[in-house]
Design a protein around this ligand. Structure first.
Ligand code: ZN
Ligand code: ZN
Length: 270
């Protein structure tokens, strides 16, 4: 059993209404030993949408610290962040990471050229293959510009929102660009996140697809975190049994966890 959920949101993220305490209770009910909150902060997220992805870091820190103490006999609560990687966020990102002793930082790309693929306008103006290729090229650039994170979030999540949905997605077309990203992660000792929220969008695989995980392994990658990306209590640890089965098939029997930005390894329990 996978005992850690390393990608969880609560109402401190602008796209979640879930009280933090409810997320913790759900994790306890599901038998987890550890839950890491990774609230959104996306600097320069384009205005006008339904969410702004700006974190009240002070309020978040106060609440998560309080609940960490309150529940310490039942579960380990860790204090992380999901930091949006985009051009121009470097200074503010560094400042935020210097302001709080986060346990864990996910680096995630959510926007490109000031646009979010969640909105249809992102996909206008060029063939989708061209847009996707550019997305991955930019992701590598983002990692080079701001490598101060521990795991790369949902590598191929952009597929969720492409016209036609994830079933139309042909990740193999971008093998070269994805290889570049994987090699950067390995070189910089970053974990590849296995994000189980993908199943909810009709994918047969988590993020990233199975072949990407295999490719990361083949290139020498050994660091994995597992996260549900839950924004509601019901989805904490979603699809973990199915994901464990996949990882076991690939010879992976442990996940990484991070405390104070230091990596530890935890074998899946029997
Ligand atoms: Zn994300
Ligand atoms: Zn997330």
């Amino acid at each position: 059993m996978i005992l850690t959920d390393f990608h969880v949101h609560s109402s401190f993220s602008s796209d979640s209404e879930a009280p933090m305490e409810d997320m913790i209770k759900a994790a306890i009910e599901k038998g987890l030993g550890c839950i890491c909150f990774t609230e959104h902060q996306d600097f320069h997220y384009p205005p006008g949408g339904s969410c702004d992805f700006q974190l009240d870091a002070e309020a978040y820190w106060e609440r998560v610290t309080q609940l960490k103490e309150q529940y310490k006999r039942q579960i380990t609560v860790l204090r992380g962040i999901e930091l949006g990687l985009s051009e121009g966020m470097e200074e503010e990102g560094a400042k935020l990471l210097a302001s709080y002793p986060f346990d864990f930082v996910i680096g995630s790309m959510h926007i490109m050229d000031g646009k979010d693929p969640y909105y249809p306008s992102f996909w206008e103006g060029a063939p989708r293959e061209e847009i996707l290729r550019r997305w991955y090229v930019q992701m590598a650039e983002n990692i080079r510009r701001f490598p101060d994170f521990d795991a790369l979030g949902h590598l191929d999540y952009v597929a969720r929102y492409m016209p036609g949905g994830p079933k139309e997605y042909r990740g193999e077309l971008f093998e070269e660009e994805i290889d570049e990203i994987l090699m950067l992660l390995i070189e910089k000792k970053k974990a590849l996140e296995i994000n189980t929220n993908a199943y909810r969008y009709g994918s047969a695989d988590p993020h990233p697809q199975r072949w990407v995980i295999e490719r990361y392994q083949a290139l020498g990658g050994i660091r994995f975190t597992v996260g549900s990306d839950a924004h509601v209590p019901e989805r904490v640890a979603q699809e973990f049994p199915r994901t464990e089965q996949l990882l076991t098939e690939l010879g992976i029997r442990e996940s990484s966890l991070y405390v104070g930005r230091e990596r530890f390894r935890l074998t899946f329990s029997r």
